[in-house]
Design a binder for this molecule. Structure first.
Ligand code: MN
Length: 244
């Protein structure tokens, strides 16, 4: 099995190495990741300048860094390595729960693979002010991979790991409320500047990804590329029928 591994934290992230090491037990691994951090870049692709590879030493694994986004890395990686069976993204330093899925470069890399028809899984680990304990999380990532590889293909799964998992749950995306806010400040030159921050300010609903991770379960959320609002669309058909 050919497994392409990428992330959005950049080629030197300890989370990327942890994921690549776990993946190596499941097949042939190639790492293609951004040369610098690309967090919250979403599914951006680079079209106004050329992209380049550079080989990067990574504990005996074949690895390359690219001057592009996570989505670029998936497109390039699968272009130069045919018949990739699985794309893995992460392990992100920080969760990608609920609305964070919209901004995440980690999840976007998996979505890009799904666009290409390749099964993909995004992994993100909760940060509580310090780096996740990857040695503790790696056996859990292996367990998740083992379980998800039995799923019908193709699949697109968003996986979030708590600091100390006690089990694995399937969970919905939490979408009750958007937590993004702007916090204004002043820079050393006296000019106004602005930080974009996210603060969850409500209790998550039971059965959601945020709830699961908050209760120390690994959350598995199946995603789909079709964003169509089915309920509204069927309503629109009814309205169209009325107009006739
Ligand atoms: Mn990141």
């Amino acid at each position: 099995m050919r497994i392409l591994v990428t992330n959005d934290d950049g080629i030197y992230s300890p989370g990327l190495l942890a994921l690549a090491e776990v993946a190596a037990a499941f097949g042939e691994v190639r790492v293609v990741a951004p040369d610098v951090e690309q967090s919250a870049m979403g599914q951006a692709i680079t079209i106004t300048r050329p992209l380049h590879y550079r080989a990067t030493p990574m504990g005996g694994l074949e690895a390359y860094r690219v001057n592009g986004t996570p989505a670029d890395c998936v497109v390039l990686g699968t272009h130069h390595w045919d018949r990739v069976d699985l794309v893995l993204s992460g392990i992100n330093l920080g969760s990608n729960l609920g609305h964070e899925i919209w901004h995440s470069g980690t999840v976007a890399a998996a979505k890009q693979a799904a666009l290409l028809g390749i099964p993909a899984i995004a992994f993100s680990a909760l940060m509580n002010g310090r780096e996740p304990e990857f040695d503790l999380l790696k056996p859990w990532v292996g367990r998740v991979l083992e379980a998800l590889l039995r799923e019908p293909r193709p699949f697109l799964i968003n996986v979030n790991l708590p600091a100390k998992p006690k089990g694995i749950l399937w969970a919905r995306q939490s979408v009750r409320r958007y937590e993004g806010r702007i916090v204004p400040g002043t820079d050393p030159m006296g000019r106004a500047h602005f930080w974009f921050v996210a603060h969850p300010d409500h209790e998550p609903e039971e059965g959601t990804d945020r709830w699961a991770v908050g209760h120390n379960f690994i959350a598995l959320t199946p995603l789909r590329l079709d964003l169509t609002d089915e309920a509204r669309l069927s309503q629109a058909f009814q309205l169209a029928a009325l107009a006739d």
